[in-house]
Structures are given as structure tokens and as C-alpha cells.
Write a protein that binds this ligand. Structure first.
Ligand code: HEC
Length: 109
């Protein structure tokens, strides 16, 4: 019984993962990012401007959600709302996959 419930959970999780990011393509995301995002967020997702956040290594689900929110108007920012407007679901998935795939290491001071 317990095992069956675990399997059901697994399948539900898998279905969700497939539905959201089935065809995300990090290479396509990287190419898009190089021309559309790097000028502000840095070539590897590390921003060099004090008012621009880093994107490298952020969770993929979080990045997808933020970009969809900018696009829909749920989250508003004068620059990002304009940038996100023309992005397709596929573009967003690809960009999020690329930035989430970048590995960071952290050093305590
Ligand atoms: C002209 C500069 C500029 C460009 C180009 C730009 N961004 Fe941004 N981005 C910003 C700024 C500034 C913010 C912070 C906005 C805020 O406070 O909501 C931001 C925020 C974000 C966030 C939210 C990050 C977080 O931690 O919540 C995401 C995701 C994002 N940008 C993705 C992208 C992507 C993908 C592209 C390319 C398609 C892009 N940005 C292009 C300036 C830019």
C-alpha cells in the first residue's frame, strides 16, 4: 500500500516535470541568453551591475515562474516586463534550463 502510494507520487511528479520542461534545451537557451540577456545578467549569468540579479545556478522552476510572471504582468519591472513579453514558453524553458545548469561555488568570508 505504502509502496503503491509512493509510486503514484513518483508518477505524478514525473508527469509534472514532463509537462513543464519536457523539451527544454540548454544550448538553445545559452544562445538566446548570449544575445538577449548577457548584457545585463553577464555572459555566465553573473551580473556585473549592482541593480541586476545573478541568474546562474538559480532553480529552474523559480526562473520559469519569474519569467512567466514578468510576461503576464503578475510581476512588474519596467525593463524585465518588456523583455519577457515576446518570449514563448519554449524560450522561457530553454533560458531557465541554461541558467539553472550553471554551477556555482560559494566561499564564506
Ligand atoms: C537591460 C537589462 C536587462 C536585460 C537585457 C535582461 N534583464 Fe533580467 N533583469 C534585469 C533587472 C534590472 C532585473 C531585476 C528586476 C526586478 O527587480 O524585478 C532582472 C530580473 C530578472 C529575473 C528575476 C531574477 C530573480 O532573482 O527573481 C529573471 C529570471 C531575469 N531577469 C531573466 C532575464 C532573461 C532570461 C533575459 C534575457 C531574455 C533578461 N533577464 C534580460 C535586467 C535585465
Amino acid at each position: 500500500m505504502k509502496q503503491r502510494m509512493m509510486m503514484a507520487g513518483l508518477w505524478a511528479g514525473l508527469g509534472w516535470a514532463l509537462a513543464t520542461t519536457a523539451h527544454a534545451d540548454a544550448v538553445a537557451g545559452k544562445m538566446r541568453a548570449a544575445t538577449a540577456c548577457a548584457v545585463c545578467h553577464g555572459p555566465q549569468g553573473l551580473s556585473m551591475q549592482p541593480n541586476v540579479p545573478h541568474l546562474a545556478g538559480q532553480p529552474e522552476i523559480y526562473l520559469v515562474e519569474q519569467l512567466r510572471n514578468y510576461r503576464s504582468g503578475k510581476r512588474h519591472h519596467e525593463v524585465m516586463s518588456v523583455i519577457a513579453k515576446p518570449l514563448s514558453d519554449q524560450d522561457i524553458d530553454n533560458l531557465a534550463r541554461w541558467y539553472a545548469s550553471l554551477q556555482l561555488s560559494v566561499q564564506e568570508p
